[in-house]
Design a protein around this ligand. Structure first.
Ligand code: SF4
Length: 230
């Protein structure tokens, strides 16, 4: 049963959780992490800072020519959860941060419903530079950028990886299964053996709010996977 604050974040996600009106109101049982307001952006470890510097001057694919700046990723260097999206969009390219704007706010609500502040996880993308007009990443761009993500995984050593969206999942897992078939399954990251779970991208949820309940199911499954390896 979700806690009171989780209800709040589920509502923020647009999910109304059924509740027995005759039952006692849901009280305090709220993890401190989601009680706290937004925390300061954690500083990266030295190794991640060095990698971010390397990424910032990368010209290994043609996206270097059109980007405003690279988007390395943000969060805790010791995060147990790594969230992986597709690539920076227009706002991310402007701000240099992943998942900003409405989709970013929805991702923050998804994480908070799970019991995590955004600053406690690490959020990154398959590509570190924005594809023009937000087109899908090309295979050669993904290949050129893959080492950076692999290095991030190696340095952070998360316990679980959550891919948001088809592009992130297919590229990370190197499969072409449709996202509807990937959901509900646990995969293994090919080089690190870390468990990988898959759900829809928050930008898709903004267009298809009816799918939010499925996402909540995916998040619960991801949490179960995470807890089973504790
Ligand atoms: Fe380099 Fe990746 Fe940016 Fe391409 S997308 S220029 S490989 S950092």
């Amino acid at each position: 049963m979700p806690t009171a604050l989780q209800h709040e974040y589920l509502r923020a996600m647009g999910i109304n959780v059924w509740q027995d009106k005759t039952a006692e109101p849901i009280v305090a049982d709220v993890p401190e992490v989601i009680e706290s307001k937004a925390q300061a952006e954690p500083s990266l470890s030295n190794d991640l800072q060095a990698l971010a510097k390397e990424v910032s001057v990368c010209e290994a694919c043609s996206l270097a020519a059109s980007r405003t700046q690279t988007v390395f990723g943000t969060g805790s260097s010791e995060a147990e959860w790594l969230i992986i999206g597709e690539a920076p969009g227009q706002e991310e390219d402007k701000q240099g941060k992943p998942f900003v704007g409405k989709a970013g706010q929805l991702l923050t609500s998804m994480l908070r419903a799970l019991g995590y502040a955004r600053e406690q996880v690490f959020i990154a993308n398959i590509l570190k530079c924005r594809p023009p007009n937000n087109r899908d990443p090309e295979a050669e761009e993904v290949a050129a950028c893959a080492n950076f993500l692999n290095k991030q995984i190696e340095l952070i050593q998360p316990k679980v990886i959550l891919c948001v969206g088809r592009i992130a999942a297919q590229n990370l897992l190197q499969i072409d299964t449709p996202i509807g078939k990937m959901r509900g399954n646990q995969y293994t990251h090919p080089s690190s053996e870390i468990p990988v779970l898959v759900t829809y991208h928050p930008a898709y949820l903004l267009r298809s709010p009816r799918e939010k309940r499925k996402v909540w199911k995916d998040l619960c499954l991801a949490k179960q996977s995470f807890e089973s390896i504790q």
